[in-house]
Design a protein around this ligand. Sequence first.
Ligand code: PRX
Length: 571
Amino acid sequence: MDMQVIPAREGNHNLQDYEKTRKNFSWDDMKKNFSWNETGKVNMAYEAVDRHAENPVKKDKIALLYSSPDREEKVTFATLSKESNKFANVLKKYNASKGDRIFLFMPRSPEFYAAFFGILKIGAIAGPLFEAFMEQAVRDRLQDSEAKILITTPDLIDRVPQAELPNLEEIIIIGGNVENEDQYIDYQQEMEAASEEFPIEWVDLEDGMLLHYTSGSTGKPKGVYHVHNAMIQHYATAEWVLDLKEEDVYWCTADPGWVTGTSYGIFAPWLLGVTNVVRGGRFTPDDWYQTLEKNKVTVWYTAPTALRRLVSTGQGVLDKYDLSSLRHLLSVGEPLNPEVITWGLKAFNLRIHDTWWMTETGAQLIVNLPSLEIRPGSMGKPIPGIEASIVDNEGNEIPPNQMGNLAIKAPWPAMMRKIWNNPSKYESYFINGWYVSGDSAYKDEDGYFWFQGRLDDVINTSGERVGPFEVESKLIEHPAVAEAGVIGKPDPVRGEIIKAFITLNDGYENSEELLEDIRRFVKTGLSAHAAPREIEVKDSIPKTRSGKIMRRLLKSWELGLPTGDTSTLEE
Ligand code: PRX
């Protein structure tokens, strides 16, 4: 095969010799980087914030460079430490304690980060929710996790169905006057009264820290449970993959409602004490470029969908900005198109480093490292300490260049430790000692991994993971919709878009207005990113004899592909 290869980056990277590091590596050795190695008692909030705040050289360094359309703020490690102490005291005052699930449903803001670390400081489990979620998405997550406290804003409180959340004891409102003081706690007022001192709760490495809900192909979203131990891998990958150094200014575009926004938007940069840029609100290409220029960002971690938008925006927009500070670019969440890598070389004179991982894996696993050549279209190689392979359905490894299940030898430091309230789901990920990802891929002779697609019906739209079942369930709540089947349809910019096939109830006529109403119904009931961009009315939806919607068949129809085995199709 005639393949264009991009040579390794020159210069002094944090991980210079991949093969050698890999050969001699053990995660136990990595633990020696941490002060807790002796006692085994840890807290992520200490390692990411307080440790720097205690350091006379580091304490006044900018931890957070925050901007949004109407606000700019610089927060030092010392301030972040104090503010999160105060918030930990507020939580204690309202009887929160270790192991409680405390959720954040709010846009990115300096208060978000103080609250987030306050939660970790009391040993509780943080559950960040994407701000675009609507009532049903919020309800499902707060119910399943039995959340005790919710932190939200006046704009978002209407989407919290309090009557259906018997376990929710307190709601803390940030950024507004709280009229009903019996019902809500006022963040501002409590913070003014709270002490800046807080004795951090030392926890075990295996104690819970974070719950991220994510979608599968069936059922409601699942609570992926992460523990403090993950910090070992966040630390290692911050060094090796993000290639972070003391003087870097780092920006990760992901929202903390998704795993990239916590593992790499919070933990990785701050474990190394690096200045972290946060940009609130939705972005346009000009916003992206402005944020890079204004903050003199040196390391940027983003997603193919953003990069594809930059490509299509053209050179004219790019030429308006001075982006000479950038030195390292990374991508995650979807396949990174080789054309985008080619564009990156031209636009920034930099390679774009694809990284592969999942909510469940907690941290990067298969990556392109600065010191390795890039084979455009490949996700790269497993980081030191990680064994990856392609396995068949019984968990047996298969030879190079053959497609199969992308699998990782379990466990590793950042791996999820359970699915909340769902042990059988958790078990189902593991076969013969391998964590089986649900992605299909192959490995070439030189150990580079090549992503091929999802093996289940999970949809990846603009890098956001959407379960078809959730969308179908919402669709059939609409009075006009009898049945619904939802698929991901390939799209040049978004990777996939959501397409719904529906049948209508008697008395409803197919019309543009009706379809628009149905779309809006999902958008306002579930979330904007889960609303189908296309809806097609059918006479019937193909189902198996046991009543399962045959999404594969819908997809084959949509793409004009052969329909394959339809022997299980209902008459
Ligand atoms: O299908 C893979 C795709 O995103 C899925 C994981 O989604 P999520 O849990 O939301 O986490 C996203 C970011 C960590 C994977 O199963 N995916 C992730 N990274 C890549 C990718 N597909 C292709 N290339 C990648 N680099």
